[in-house]
Design a protein around this ligand. Structure first.
Ligand code: AMP
Length: 214
């Protein structure tokens, strides 16, 4: 089964994807994480994409298509992918459909987390990511503590695009380019709308209910 986690930046897609990876045999495909890895490793791609990411716009579809093609070629990930932050526009949604067909797979459901801009700003400004284990925490909603996180707190970092200006333009990019995909998926009857304002565990409970029923 492959799943798409859909929603604005800060909706909790990464957190819920991590929960699913922990409890089911899923593999998380976060294009944002893949791009940040390129920046961290200072690759030629990383140098090109830093500026659009810091401005809150999308990087090129061609580059994203190349990253995805590589993932699909690895048979270890077949039919156990959770897409987090992908697809981001209609062109990417169509490209995903082609990849799915070409590699004989299917999308089982699309989970859309709905959250308003004020909540997003608060969530994103509290977001801290551990550079050692990759886990995501939130100063206000889900702080790192010795019982839920073993790494030294010195590894907790904010993302360079987690500031108010970039958040607003990321949200605007989402509304303009990403939201129209929902209409496209509504026609496919795979879509589940989830109230993303609820507590992390409540949201996860709903997600589990949907996945277990498939
Ligand atoms: P995320 O970690 O999903 O919030 O993504 C962080 C940033 O990476 C976005 O604001 C975009 O600039 C870029 N990005 C991530 N995924 C994509 C994608 N599928 N297409 C284009 N740009 C992306």
């Amino acid at each position: 089964m492959n799943i798409i986690l859909f929603g604005p930046p800060g909706a909790g897609k990464g957190t819920q994807a991590d929960n699913l990876v922990r409890d089911y045999n899923f593999f998380k495909v976060s294009t944002g994480d893949l791009l940040r890895e390129e920046i961290k490793n200072k690759t030629p791609i990383g140098k090109k994409i830093k500026s659009p990411i810091d401005q809150g716009s999308l990087v090129s579809d061609t580059l994203i298509a190349q990253l995805l093609e590589k993932i699909f070629l690895d048979k270890n990930y077949s039919n156990r992918m959770i897409f987090d932050g992908y697809p981001r526009n209609l062109n990417q949604a169509k490209n995903l459909e082609n990849l799915i067909k070409k590699h004989n797979q299917k999308i089982s459901c699309i989970l859309s987390l709905n959250v308003d801009l004020d909540t997003i700003i608060k969530r994103i400004l509290g977001r801290k990511i551990c550079s050692k284990c990759g886990n995501i925490f939130n100063e206000f909603f889900n702080p790192s503590t010795p019982s839920n996180h073993r790494c030294d707190p010195k590894f907790l970092q904010m993302r360079s695009d987690d500031n108010v200006n970039t958040i607003k333009s990321r949200f605007a990019t989402y509304e303009k380019e990403t939201l129209p995909i929902l209409k496209y998926y509504e026609g496919m009857k795979l879509l589940h709308q989830i109230d993303g304002i609820m507590e992390i565990d409540q949201i996860y409970g709903q997600i589990r209910g949907i996945i277990d029923s498939l």
